[in-house]
Design a protein around this ligand. Sequence first.
Ligand SMILES: [Fe+2]
Length: 306
Amino acid sequence: MPETSVLEGIQPGLTTTQAPFIEQAKASGQLYIHQPYEPYSEENHEAWRRLYSRLAPRWERYANEHFLKGIESLCLDPQRVPRLTEVNRFLNPLTGFQAKPVSGYVPAFLFFDCLRNREFPTTITIRRSDHLDYLPEPDIFHDIAGHVPMHTDKNFAEALVRFGECAHTAADLVSGIRDEETRIHCLTSIIKAMARFFWFTVEFGLMRGKDGLKVYGSGLLSSYGEIAHAIDAPEVQRYPIQLEWAVNQGFEIDHYQPLLFIVDSFDHLFSLVDQLEKWMRAGKLNNVAPGEPDVNEADLKSFLRA
Ligand SMILES: [Fe+2]
């Protein structure tokens, strides 16, 4: 049999890692872009359709009530990749948040600073329709169906903004450290602590509600397999969140999470962010446990140039 690629002859569209539009934007150094809609191929819409229809019943069962209310108020079309301008038309009046299209990785300080400004850096590409399950990069399904519905909730939105403000506190604090080696050491540790906090709350958080444990983390909300695993699998460790644990706990991104943390409410989440900032000011985040995640050069520079 002749060997033929499944994608041969199919437009690259705006598929993850294969989109010429994104490659051009990156080549010309554009991080903040617009979302062109015409390039989306039928295969791209098919990927959205399949992802959405598989997850919808699982959201009903596993997602927290704020997400369910949020996704309804965004009026997403289950059949077609969303237009960010449309999403923002519904989102913005609720909390002031908006989805802001980006060409790829946003260095840590810039990412957090966007949150402070109620902007959410949003990927516009979508995974291949024959690779729905695992994808190391974010895509528009993860960002719009996983994150953005949470931004419709006032309390959650305030916690995110507060988290964004912590990045400014961090930049101010380290700019006062004269010795360069100490400055880089402390900054690396603070960024690690912030990334871990974000991971164990915004990306993989669980919340206790009147109907038991529910999911509010976007990494779980956008994963067909893991949303159920997070709640049902007996081997997953689920504990009430303790800040001292979360900021010192490494994580790996290439398998289902073995350890998840529970908050009581988004007011609780907000108070944890407050605490995080207090600890930062007290120097308690200057030496968190080594390990994942890696802090790269671009992350460090983004803070040092802030
Ligand atoms: Fe995410």
